[in-house]
Design a protein. Structure first.
Length: 224
């Protein structure tokens, strides 16, 4: 997802964007030599930073917003990072460990309209869309097709799966929902398992009624 050139293109097209910042990203401020973003953060005397910087080798002008995390958050981040790298037989870099101590964004949104807290909210809401795509691919196979070369068959299958995703989400919101303390991953997994056994209720002579019957039975299974 990290591509300063793409961010600059989006800005020229009139689109706004927010991005997290990798530990190895470079920037320059107020005419100083270019440095790693973690080196810049390490020199900060305050817990909040909100200023315009020149990002990357091509020095794109962006707004950088950073806040130092409470003590318990960096400790947990570093623990997870070390665990992840241990599986690979490696150690995280010092830059990555420093990055664990901060929440850092670069954005095209101006400070007069969006505070740090509002940027964080926007980013979290936007990330939910990525999670939806991930669930659709991992659980509902929306990125796969049985047709290898027939483009029309692939497109038909894609639309059918997207309709299935929509109905499944409707059922989940109506019959499962947040009060069940189930994650959306668990809800979709149960729905997929239920749908797999509903083929017996399909009738080619009356497809509309078949859809109604199948959805009603799916809802009842989610109720349980």
């Amino acid at each position: 997802f990290w591509c300063p050139e793409r961010f600059d293109l989006l800005k020229k097209q009139g689109a706004e964007w927010i991005s997290r910042v990798p530990a190895g990203a470079t920037l320059s401020v107020d005419g100083h030599p270019r440095e790693d973003v973690t080196g810049f953060l390490k020199r900060q005397k305050t817990d909040r930073v909100d200023q315009h910087v020149l990002l990357g080798e091509k020095e794109f002008s962006v707004r950088l917003v950073a806040v130092r995390c409470p003590t318990h958050i960096p400790a947990e981040r570093k623990r997870k990072l070390r665990k992840k790298y241990k599986k690979r037989g490696r150690q995280p870099s010092q830059r990555q460990l420093i990055a664990c101590e901060w929440l850092v964004f670069v954005t095209s949104l101006c400070e007069d309209e969006f505070s740090l807290e509002e940027l964080w909210t926007l980013y979290r809401v936007r990330w939910q869309i990525e999670l939806v795509f991930k669930r659709w691919k991992s659980l509902l196979d929306v990125d796969k097709s049985r047709a290898r070369t027939n483009g029309f068959r692939q497109l038909t299958e894609l639309y059918a799966k997207l309709l299935g995703c929509l109905v499944t989400h409707w059922c989940g919101l109506l019959r499962a929902g947040l009060l069940t303390k189930l994650s959306w991953y668990q809800i979709l997994k149960r729905a997929k398992r239920a749908i797999g056994s509903l083929g017996e209720f399909w009738d080619d002579r009356n497809p509309s009624q078949s859809v109604i019957v199948i959805v009603e039975k799916l809802v009842k299974r989610l109720d349980r």
